[in-house]
Design a protein around this ligand. Structure first.
Ligand code: TMP
Length: 207
């Protein structure tokens, strides 16, 4: 039996990794086999690609170079991690997937969306998440949360306007594909956010 593929999306500081961890724990308790993963960087090659992508010293990386690095990471990740897990019937929960490319490189950097869709199709071999959870949060709140953790990578150094375009991009993507997306207000208390995501996910897995 084929598994189930969930992606978790949102701006920096939306709480994706916290929700992912709790979801994985809850699903394991329910008896599912779960693989927790993320992009970019969850393969041997991906780790190195991630270092380039997030290096704050690397100023002015050409947007197309950035784009192809994300797709290189994704091609490797789909082939080596996601597809094998799905083929063995597991639930795969991925912190960021293709919608991050559409939101950041498309809406954020201004690259043509139709081109991104076509290239993404090639990188993934047509694989799409069965469900995408969008944790929606005000940009100032999200960036403020991450600042508290003291990290500032290449994206966190981007302007508020850039992150605003990314947030709006995610919301637009969710409107284009309402049956794939579940949009959750990430400003709610973590317990409430988790419960809502968990319930919606169970409905889909069982449906
Ligand atoms: P994160 O691991 O902290 O989420 O960092 C990954 C960064 O990469 C984040 O700022 C979003 C960005 N990103 C893109 O711009 N495009 C993509 O396709 C993906 C997967 C991530």
């Amino acid at each position: 039996m084929r598994g189930f593929f969930v992606s978790i999306e949102g701006i920096e500081g939306a709480g994706k990794s916290t929700v992912l961890k709790r979801l994985a724990d809850a699903l394991r308790q329910d008896g599912y086999q779960v693989v927790e993963t993320f992009e970019p960087g969850d393969t041997e090659a991906g780790k190195r690609i991630r270092q380039i992508l997030l290096d704050p010293q690397l100023k002015g990386l050409y947007p197309l170079t950035e784009l192809f690095l994300y797709f290189a990471d994704r091609a490797e990740h789909v082939k080596k991690v996601i597809e094998p897990a799905l083929q063995s019937g597991k639930v795969v929960i991925c912190d960021r997937f293709m919608d991050s490319t559409f939101a950041y490189q498309g809406f954020g950097r201004g690259l043509d969306l139709e081109t991104l869709y076509r290239l993404n199709e090639i990188a993934t071999g047509g694989l799409k998440p069965d469900l995408t959870v969008l944790l929606d949060l005000d940009v100032k709140t999200g960036l403020g949360r991450n600042r508290n953790t003291g990290k500032a990578d290449r994206f966190e150094q981007e302007s508020l306007e850039f992150h605003q375009r990314v947030r709006e991009g995610f919301l637009e993507l969710s409107k284009d594909e309402p049956s794939r997306f579940v949009v959750v207000d990430a400003s709610e208390p973590p317990e409430k956010v988790f419960k809502e995501v968990y319930n919606r996910l169970l409905e889909r897995i069982n449906g």
